[in-house]
Design a protein around this ligand. Structure first.
Ligand code: SAM
Ligand code: SF4
Length: 365
């Protein structure tokens, strides 16, 4: 039986045409879609570049990085975040990539974001998804700039396997980054681990031990078809059910009391008798949470994507509009129109599913 933790929220088609309602900045408006969802969570990819080469995300040689002039400038990115927060109902902004710490102006962008006020009259929540390389010296400054939350990617506690998986021998930097995030009070520090069959699945108990020792919230993620092509086959993915079944042999797992809302992770209380904590399972493939999705995304080059799995043809380039002199009201209309066309689900399980042309690092994971 499916655990209630994983039950998806049903998607119902709503009436209206959303995209046609023109609004000027400052007027209340939200990023609604035709299925009754409202996007409150903006994910911004600040760069497509990365200093790791995780096998499920990038080829060993890296990618053809985007030329700087194609990426949004700091002023452009801040203008679009301001529009989203002040005029389009966005309440949380997460910075990602690629590796967002590679953007030198990250602190300034966080500061400018935190100075905004949402439709509820408060500062937006700010969050960062990072591989933590270099975080040790920046965690405190990021906290001071107004960063609220952090997710750090770590798929194994084995230095050898980490070096193999990321193609870089840098696990010590990640540990230093985690300690710095804890010391800076960026809590709860969340750790993201993608589980891969025959690769790191035997180490998931060690990751739970590590998280319980350090007081981290660990989240296991089902691998999605977003990395180098031919790298993903559903048949050999480790499912959320298998992860839970395996962990249940060593730990006591109880569905957490917190309501899940639009959060991608189903939360569990985890304990081994002596220690306890929270564990998240992100079952993007086997139990999609599309029905409750509240995300809107900006790619490094300033395109709106309504879903990680949208096709490039569905993207709307706000960068091109901005550079052609569009007003804030025109940009808001374009953004709202793109979101109105959001599909009800990612369709990974549909027979005709096509892997998106863009990789995760370009879209912003
Ligand atoms: N570089 C940063 C990092 O690694 O945290 C931010 C970008 S990364 C693309 C964001 C998250 O996406 C990471 O937690 C990573 O593990 C996850 N990710 C990348 N490729 C994935 C895939 N094919 N399936 C599931 N998660 C993936
Ligand atoms: Fe870089 Fe993050 Fe992709 Fe790993 S998952 S290669 S750290 S962007």
């Amino acid at each position: 039986m499916v655990s209630p933790q994983f039950l998806p929220t049903p998607v119902a088609a709503a009436g209206g045409t959303g995209a046609s309602t023109s609004t000027s900045p400052g007027t209340a408006r939200t990023l609604d879609d035709a299925y009754g969802r409202t996007a409150r969570d903006l994910r911004v990819s600040l760069t497509d570049r990365c200093n790791l080469r995780c096998t499920y995300c990038m080829p060993a040689e890296g990618l053809d990085w985007m030329p700087t002039e194609q990426a949004l400038s700091d002023d452009e990115v801040i203008r679009l975040i301001r529009l989203a927060v002040e005029s389009l109902g966005v309440r949380q902004v997460r910075f990602t990539g690629g590796e967002p710490l590679l953007r030198k102006s990250l602190e300034a962008i966080v500061r400018a974001t935190k100075a905004l006020r949402t439709d509820e009259g408060v500062a937006p929540t700010t969050a960062l998804t990072t591989n933590a390389l270099g975080l040790a010296v920046r965690a405190e400054g990021l906290k001071a700039a107004g960063l609220d939350r952090i997710n750090i990617s770590l798929d194994t506690t084995s230095p050898e396997l980490y070096a193999e998986l990321t193609r870089r021998d840098r696990i010590r930097d990640v540990y230093a980054g985690i300690d710095a995030a804890l010391a800076a009070g960026l809590t709860p520090v969340k750790v993201n681990a993608v589980v891969m069959p025959g690769i790191n699945e035997d180490g998931i108990e060690d990751l739970v031990d590590f998280a319980l020792d350090k007081g981290l919230q660990l989240r296991f993620i089902e691998q999605m078809p977003l990395g180098p092509r031919e790298h993903w086959r559903r048949a050999d993915m480790v499912t959320a059910g298998e992860i839970l079944e395996r962990l249940g042999r060593r730990f006591t797992l109880t569905p957490a009391a917190e309501p899940r809302g639009a959060a991608p992770a189903a939360l569990w209380d985890v304990s081994d008798g002596a220690r306890s904590g929270k564990l998240g399972i992100i079952a993007s493939v086997t139990h999609p949470f599309c029905g409750a999705c509240d995300r809107t995304r900006l790619t490094t080059d300033g395109a709106v994507r309504s879903c990680l799995f949208s096709s490039q043809a569905d993207e709307v380039s706000l960068r091109d509009l901005m550079r052609a002199g569009a007003s804030d009201a025109e940009l808001a209309d374009a953004w709202a129109g793109a979101m109105w066309r959001k599909k009800p689900g990612h369709g990974i399980d549909d027979p005709g599913f096509l892997q998106p042309e863009r990789l995760m690092s370009e879209i912003g994971g």
